[in-house]
Write a protein that binds this ligand. Structure first.
Ligand code: CTP
Ligand code: MG
Length: 220
């Protein structure tokens, strides 16, 4: 049984257009897009919503209240989840190819925990007071995306430990990894970028009609 958990309770401060999950791209909100990505895969879908949007009507999903951080929102989602496997996906990533979900599920089966991740294309360098410092070896760098998948018991344990030890993290795979447990890195996708700042929003607006025209082919 697979539970899909969608953190969507953020306030979108860096973008500055209000709660990001409720913004529309080509007629569908980011949250609606996230929910639709899992059709036919999820046995249950649970969404963490901002406190002032709890009445939002949802199709094929139920809502819990979000918390003051992403981690707190995921904790509330986990409490409500019943599946033996949980897939966590940020509403802020509206373009999720089906193949990525499949790879992450495969990774969970093999390792107990898995995340989508992408290699870097740019040269990476450490800044030193505005000057070029050391070059980072790009070949071993991965940018972590969602979805992330876990055996539910394992992620519950990771969140319990994080609370006990006052650890905070911006994602769930990081909480599992700090327990010394393996997290499989599965190939993500460039289109899975997170809408964070104005430039991401401009890209998302331009790309949505292209994505929607493609959906009949490889995305869904
Ligand atoms: N999120 C959440 N609960 C929070 C904070 C974030 O469920 N208290 C969710 C967001 O809705 C988003 C995902 O976590 O889907 C990733 O967060 P981020 O991109 O940082 O979104 P925001 O927190 O809304 O944006 P910002 O940090 O700029 O305010
Ligand atoms: Mg945030």
């Amino acid at each position: 049984v697979i539970s899909v958990l969608i953190p969507a309770a953020g306030s979108g401060e860096r973008l500055g257009l209000g709660a990001k999950a409720l913004l529309e791209l080509n007629g569908l909100t980011l949250l609606e897009r996230a929910i639709q990505s899992f059709s036919g895969i999820a046995d249950e879908i649970i969404v963490a919503l901002p406190e002032n949007h709890l009445e939002l009507p949802l199709q094929n999903a139920r809502a819990v209240a979000g918390g003051s951080s992403r981690q707190a929102s995921v904790q509330n989602l986990l409490k409500a989840a019943t599946g033996d496997i949980v897939l966590i996906h940020d509403a802020a990533r509206p373009f999720l190819p089906r193949a990525v979900i499949e790879r992450v599920l495969e990774g969970v089966t093999q390792s107990g925990a898995a995340t989508a991740a992408l290699s870097a294309s740019d040269t990476l360098v450490l800044e030193n007071n505005g000057l070029w410092g050391m070059v980072v070896d790009r070949s071993s760098i991965r940018a972590v995306q969602t979805p992330q998948g876990f055996k539910r018991e394992l992620l519950l344990e990771a969140h319990r430990k994080a609370i006990l030890e006052s650890v905070t993290a911006t994602d769930d795979a990081g909480l599992v990894a700090r327990l010394g447990l393996p997290v499989a890195l599965c190939l993500g996708d460039e289109r899975l970028f997170k809408v964070t700042r104005a430039g991401d929003w401009a890209l998302a607006l331009a790309f949505a009609p292209v994505w929607d025209a493609d959906t009949l082919n490889d995305n869904a």
